[in-house]
Design a protein around this ligand. Sequence first.
Ligand SMILES: *Cc1c(COP(=O)(O)O)cnc(C)c1O
Length: 370
Amino acid sequence: MSVNLRIPGPTPCPDDVLQAMSRQMINHRGPEFAAIMERITSSLKRAFKTDNDVLTLTSAGTGAIEASVVNTLSPGDRVLVVSIGVFGDRYADIAQTYGANVTKVAFPQGAAADPAVVADALKKDASYKAVTLTHNETSTGVTNDLGALAKAIRGVRPDILILVDAISSLGSVPLPVDEWDLDVVFTGSQKGWMVPPGMAMVSVSERAWKAADEARIPRYYFDYKKAKSYLEKGQTPWTPAVSVYFAMDVALQKLEQEGLENIHARHARLGQFTRDGVKALGLKLLADERVASNTVTAVLVPDGVDGPALNKMMRTEYNTVLAGGQGELTGKIFRIGHLGLVSQEDLQACLDALKQALPRVGFSLVGAAR
Ligand SMILES: *Cc1c(COP(=O)(O)O)cnc(C)c1O
């Protein structure tokens, strides 16, 4: 029996995507690689719904957060970081590390960011150069209303840079970059894209390119301008994770075959299916249901249950790998990933396993289903 890998990245990959990775190496400065770059880039532009430049970086997602900071900001620049969890906080940490002057607007765990509160923060101080947003907060299973946030932000500051961590949302849930006028938007291969870790993909607007001209934070590996100039030749500045590019090439063709709208609908359906199934077991969600994520569900560990012991039993006895909580939520929640290559059967199997495991770690299914 194969493992039911239900973490929010790395996610399972289709067989033909994995097989693409076993191909022999090619010259990353040759015509065959250039053709792959061209196919990947044009497909990603369709997925991002953007005419902006789309760059690919050989990096974890966190490298893409860092890249957005070093390419658009100068030391001392005022940055408003909107945080609803661990990954919002990471954005603040990285910006601070590079000398930005960060103010954080934080919202309670399980809640989404309130556009009116964000707009108020921008009204109080006209000197902000950028605002950072997390589209889907993987640590709490909450999806921000990014369209509404962008609209509220532009209503106060039409010119501000909007930088978006869309690592666990883009590709899986709707995110029309140009319609929402977002400047830097990035994601990672190992989340909804059905590709192993190793590639980050980022869109860069005209406004962001202008900021890059002025930005004085030192940068080298993650320099967007170098990436753009090499992209024009069908290359990357440094040796890319060639095998991951092979995999992305195949995965994007599969995603286009399924159709973006169909993929979004599948994630919406499976997100609801997971939440309904979890509640039917008598468990409670961390997220306010109105803003619950369709790519990852965070479930409160019931009183008296040892969260890590539950995850261990699920892994060792039911072949099901769940994610735990991060940061302050360690031991308080477990998370079920449902993004990328995922079907209702996978989630049903996960719910069935939970139903068997929970009573064995001290949770009464009957008593809790009040
Ligand atoms: C996974 C994730 C990251 C970090 O990605 P890494 O590849 O682990 O660096 C950042 N933000 C969000 C929202 C994520 O889901």
